[in-house]
Design a protein around this ligand. Structure first.
Ligand SMILES: Nc1ncnc2c1ncn2[C@@H]1O[C@H](COP(=O)(O)OP(=O)(O)OP(=O)(O)O)[C@@H](O)[C@H]1O
Length: 734
């Protein structure tokens, strides 16, 4: 036997066949019978996941069945190119500078916006923080001193009295009760456990028992305190044991003001219902109508919707109706019942069953909503939680309006680099700041109404997944969005009202976490700051940005102006090309006789246009049309930073002016009047359709609300004193 006949030890360099489990070679070596047996071990539809993220995907998150188009966004690509070309020029400039032997190097670096090395690391990150004390006016101080606490007591007493008259008393609430002691069924408790909710939050402790009794609620609690759970847990509990063998009907309608919030509430509801047989549907704008139609035709138990798309389905989806709605939830109630949604809400109420429980929730309640609740809901209970959260508030004083962009860049690049949301007033500014921050090297994203829905969802996904550090958004993202880990909210300009401010800053410091809000505030924004200081406990701070830093970032923004313009120009020409292509496609289709499916709507085209006109912030001179995009672009092309900031502030001012005008005109409310035996409303007569409501949402001036309240009290008294034989609603006409 020679040495070659012996079995060799495998050397490091030797090639060996791979017979491991993942190897394809092994498959070939399998005997045929075993191969087929192996395949039979798995369910036919079974597929191996190809990545960890796929494996970790939540099974309840089936949102993407509603998203048909892919999100395309080339802005980031353009930003990347602009940044690279900037780096190249900077490198070239630096080479030239080294060759010139020079005393004025410092100055030049400033001009080129690349003087980071001139500042120490400490200087780069830390600003001075000054405590802002709350000032009480001299008059008020004098009055307070004179009257001591008595005045306050009197005020609060009279307020309490007022509330007692209007709302039914809330039953005593035991905040120590756990979810297990709340009479919830096992599937819901199991879901709560899976969601890692250990103890109910204060608003949940208050709302769940009351809602389980079927009572109407008007609930107000600070942002991030679990209101979604407060209304969804008891609602789902009602649906857990649905009868089998009976045709399915839609029993719960949850209305929200924005598509993103709709998506979020849908996902939370799905999670809460994951161990039940409850069907949940999403009907929000921007997502695939056909996919929604298919789901709604099956009359799912719960529908989460934005008003516009819901009406679309009510008009165009056969088999879908709200006749059997038992629970109507209005999240962000103050927003939903304001002027912007008035007509749509009226229409929805007209289609809704009258035997419904109504749950209104928001972090801010206007007097209007509360009044409306007292007259329109059935003996509602007002629930309120006033917990102070861990939000630290800071303000940066703006002396020169043109500095806003530079200050924002300084804040984001030096201090608030991650998990930051920046709120702006206009879509245009959001887009511009995305580009500016992107070229400065920040991983930024944008979220506003000029984007397609898949783009909006993708932007949110990236921010949630921390692929994007800074999200620049309009007020679209101000309400309800729950993004874990948002550490900072920056207000580029202060919002239009205290309520808007509360919602914006409420994107941070949620569910007991800490958070900071930094607001850039100019001279004209003092009134709002005063209201903010009055509302929030704790001492806000003033952030002082060193002058040399400001100078540096001012220069940086100036240098980047050309690059930003370049990106915008490129985008504009691409858009124009796309538009032309689309028009050609449309013409081709119409030549072939393919027309777009016509969808019904509750308003005529003219009524819709009139409403849009009424809600427009700017009043256009009579007979003049709004300028087209192209001419507006031309006008805005040469804007200075100051003009841009002014445009933002103007938008705020226009909104405030409109609100003030509305208030002066008289507080208009939308009222649901639900008395039996009342004549049908105009809309019902016209359509001939029997509405579930005998009388629905109506516009009422304060005078009319008073009348409605008087009627309600009168009716209560009739019941109380046993004279219910009188027909309610048969009252003298006023
Ligand atoms: N009982 C609980 N225990 C722990 N975490 C909870 C509980 N309830 C809710 N949360 C978490 O608190 C966060 C905020 O909840 P949610 O979005 O419902 O707040 P919200 O009050 O509706 O806020 P906003 O006013 O901004 O809409 C969520 O991340 C949610 O998962």
């Amino acid at each position: 036997m020679t040495v070659d006949d012996l079995i060799k030890t495998i050397g490091d360099e030797d090639e060996i066949p791979d017979y491991s489990e993942s190897s394809e070679e092994e498959e070939e070596l399998q005997p045929k019978a075993r191969k087929s047996k192996k395949n039979k071990d798995f369910h036919n539809g079974f597929e191996f996941v190809s990545s960890l993220s796929e494996y970790n995907k939540d099974p309840w998150d089936d949102l993407y069945k509603y998203v048909k188009r892919k999100a395309k966004n080339k802005t980031d690509e353009k930003i990347k190119n602009a940044r690279e070309s900037l780096k190249k020029t900077e490198a070239e400039d630096n080479d030239n500078e080294e060759n010139d032997v020079e005393e004025n190097v410092e100055e030049k670096e400033l001009e080129n916006g690349s003087a980071d090395s001139e500042l120490s690391a400490d200087e780069l990150v830390h600003d001075t923080l000054k405590e802002k004390t709350k000032k009480i006016g001299k008059k008020k101080l004098k009055r307070l001193k004179k009257a001591g606490l008595e005045i306050k007591d009197e005020e609060s007493e009279s307020e309490d009295d007022k509330e007692k008259v209007i709302f039914d008393d809330a039953p005593p609430c035991d905040e120590s009760l756990s979810f297990y002691e709340m009479n919830l069924s096992r599937p819901i408790l199991k879901a709560i456990q899976a969601m890692k909710f250990v103890h109910p939050t204060p608003i949940q402790s208050q709302a769940i028992p009351v809602a389980l009794e079927g009572r109407d609620i008007c609930g107000c609690a600070p942002t991030g305190t679990g209101k979604t759970g407060a209304f969804m847990i008891p609602t789902l509990e009602r649906l857990v044991y649905k009868p089998t063998g009976v045709a399915s009907v839609t029993r719960v309608l949850c209305l929200v003001p924005t598509r993103e919030l709709g998506v979020q509430v849908y996902q939370v509801t799905k999670q809460l219902a994951q161990f039940t047989r409850i069907d949940i549907a999403l009907a929000v704008g921007g997502l695939d109508v056909k996919a929604q139609e298919a789901v709604l035709r099956k009359s799912p138990d719960v529908v989460i919707a934005t008003p516009g798309r819901l009406i679309d389905h009510l008009k165009n989806t056969p088999g879908f109706s709200l006749d059997n709605v038992e629970v109507l939830i209005i999240d962000e109630a103050d927003r939903m019942l304001d002027e912007n949604f008035k007509e749509q809400m009226k229409e929805i109420m007209r289609c809704c069953s009258r035997t419904r429980q109504c749950l209104l929730f928001s972090a801010t309640m206007t007097d209007g909503v509360e009044e409306l609740a007292t007259v329109c809901l059935n003996r509602p209970i007002k629930l309120g939680v006033d917990t102070s959260n861990a939000l630290k508030q800071e303000f940066v004083r703006i002396r020169n309006e043109g500095d806003r962009e530079a200050i924002l860049a300084a804040l984001v690049c030096r201090t608030f680099r991650e998990n930051t949301m920046v709120f702006v007033q206009t879509r245009k500014q959001a887009h511009r700041l995305h580009i500016l921050l992107g070229i400065l090297g920040v991983k930024a994203g944008e979220l506003h109404g000029d984007m397609t829905q898949p783009q909006r969802l993708e932007a949110l996904r990236k921010f949630r997944a921390e692929e994007v550090d800074v999200l620049v958004a309009t007020d679209l993202a101000a309400r309800g969005l729950d993004i874990t880990g948002v550490a900072t909210v920056i207000n580029f300009v202060l919002p239009v009202s205290l309520e808007h401010y509360v919602h914006r800053v409420g994107r941070t410091a949620r569910a007991g976490r800490a958070g900071i809000s930094v607001s850039l505030a100019g001279q004209g924004e003092r009134t709002l700051i005063k209201s903010i200081l009055k509302k929030f406990k704790g001492t806000p701070k003033q952030r002082l940005i060193p002058q040399e830093i400001l100078k540096k970032y001012r220069a940086k923004v100036e240098v980047l102006e050309e690059k930003i313009k370049g990106v915008l120009e490129e985008e504009w020409s691409e858009k124009a090309l796309k538009k032309a292509e689309n028009e050609a496609l449309k013409a081709e289709k119409s030549l072939k006789g393919e027309t777009k499916e016509k969808r019904d709507w509750f308003q005529s085209h003219k009524e819709r246009e009139e409403e849009k006109e009424r809600l427009r912030l700017e009043e256009l001179p009579k007979g003049k049309k709004k300028k087209g995009r192209a001419s507006r672009r031309k006008k805005n092309k040469g804007e200075t930073p100051e003009e841009r900031a002014q445009r933002e502030i103007e938008k705020v001012a226009l909104y405030q002016a409109r609100e003030a005008k509305r208030k002066r005109k008289g507080n208009k409310l939308i009222a649901v009047h639900d008395a039996e035996g009342k004549p049908r409303s105009e809309g019902q007569k016209r359509g001939g359709k029997r509405s579930a409501f005998d009388s629905d949402l109506t516009d009422t001036r304060r005078k009319n609300v008073k009348r409605l309240r008087h009627e309600a009290t009168h009716e209560k008294n009739l019941i109380k004193f046993g004279r219910k034989d009188k027909q309610p609603g048969k009252r003298k006409k006023k």
